[in-house]
Ligand binder design. Structure first.
Ligand code: ADP
Length: 369
């Protein structure tokens, strides 16, 4: 049985019960109170004016009153039931309509029509249900857009190195290119790019999954910076870029997964190295801000425009696509880093005074208690 029918029947039952109680109580109490009133009237007016209650007239009056009362009650009960029926059809329809619309809209969403939205008719619980349904539909639409975008991005990223490999192989087959170390190295570089992309994608899906496992230990945040800096120092020297480390005197202890934090620091330092011209200086700083350890990597490199400051954390986003791709960047590093820092209950963000003005990447981690 549909909800509309259930509501309709329940309204009618309520009215029938109410009408039945009214009829029974009026039918039983009405005649008694009527004869009581009659008696007191005859007592007041005297026996000459009114007859004795036991007389025939008294009995007739009583009987007629009962009959008139019963007929009226029967009619009133019928009228009440019919009126209740009409009103309950209207009310049930009003209540059921948004629910039926929600059911229809959820079926359309299940069929892939993510733009489906409902009209909010009221500010009550049904209105709240409709609003949360619309919010859910908007979130699903966003996820769907991101999914489509992700597929498009991945296909695009795979296409470039694959096209390169194919071109080299065709050139070799046609004799346009000569087999030799240089050609082999080019093919190998494209294959390495593909491998890096697949590895980054795996890493990203792990970092963004609910089951992202961290192995936190209490460590001195300065040690994490030293380890990452030592790892990249030869590359800084090769690029003639100074790597300056600015650490506090007192240790700042964080509860963090050292491998993951090192991964984040390597990403930030690697980017700073890549976007800083030779002769420049990159500074890594650690300081305590309230109950947070605040890490920063500052470079005097190409800088970032305002609109890029947030977007660089989106997957595959690169400000200068050709330059980043030439260096092997897939635009996923910062997305992974942000997922790692968020999993540690910290945050990662970038600041820059604009293109050409250098940039600073910050991330915070809660201090171990
Ligand atoms: P990629 O592998 O391309 O470096 P990231 O996610 O690490 O991927 O960085 C995304 C983009 O952010 C880069 O392509 C670059 O455009 C920009 N970016 C990152 N770090 C810096 C920096 N220190 N200075 C200027 N731009 C940066």
């Amino acid at each position: 049985m549909s909800l509309g029918w259930k509501l309709f029947i329940s309204y009618v039952i309520v009215v029938i019960v109410g009408a039945a109680v009214l009829v029974v109580s009026t039918a039983s109490l009405g005649p008694v109170t009527f004869s009581q009133h009659l008696q007191s009237m005859s007592a007041m007016m005297g026996s000459s004016m009114m007859m004795d209650p036991s007389t025939q007239l008294q009995a007739d009056l009583d009987a007629n009153f009962r009959q008139a009362l019963n007929e009226t009650l029967l009619f009133a009960a019928l009228a009440a039931t019919v009126a209740a029926g009409i009103v309950s059809v209207y009310i049930s329809r009003r209540i059921v309509k948004p629910i039926q619309e929600t059911v229809r809209a959820s079926e359309r969403i299940a069929d892939g029509h993510y733009q489906e939205r409902l009209t909010v008719y009221s500010a009550d619980e049904l209105g709240e249900l409709t609003q949360s349904f619309n919010r859910m539909a908007a979130a699903l639409a966003e996820i769907e857009t991101m999914r489509q975008q992700l597929i498009a991005d991945i296909s695009h990223e795979l296409k470039t190195p694959l096209a390169g490999i194919q071109a080299y192989m065709e050139g070799l087959q046609d004799g346009v290119m000569q087999p030799g170390p240089e050609t082999y190295q080019q093919v190998q570089m494209e294959a390495a790019r593909l491998q890096r992309l697949v590895r980054d994608l795996q890493e990203l899906s792990r970092a963004e999954s609910e089951q992202f496992v961290l192995n936190p230990t209490t460590s001195d945040a300065s040690d994490l910076i030293r380890a990452a800096a030592n790892w990249l120092r030869p590359q800084f020297q090769d690029g003639d870029i100074e790597l300056h480390i600015n650490l506090p005197v007192r240790p700042i202890i964080v509860l963090a997964d050292p491998d993951r934090i090192r991964q984040v620091l390597l990403n930030l330092l690697g980017n700073a190295l890549q976007y800083t011209p030779s002769g420049g200086k990159v500074t890594v700083t650690l300081q305590q801000k309230d109950r947070q350890a605040l890490f920063s990597v500052q470079d005097p490199g190409i800088g970032l425009a305002d609109e890029d400051l947030k977007r660089i954390f989106q997957r595959f986003y690169r400000v200068d696509k050709s330059r980043a791709r030439a260096s092997g960047g897939s635009g996923i590093g910062l997305t992974i880093s942000q997922a790692i820092i968020r999993a540690h209950n910290g945050s990662l963000w970038a600041e820059s005074d604009g293109p050409g003005q250098g940039s600073t990447f910050f991330f915070s981690l809660p201090i171990a208690t």
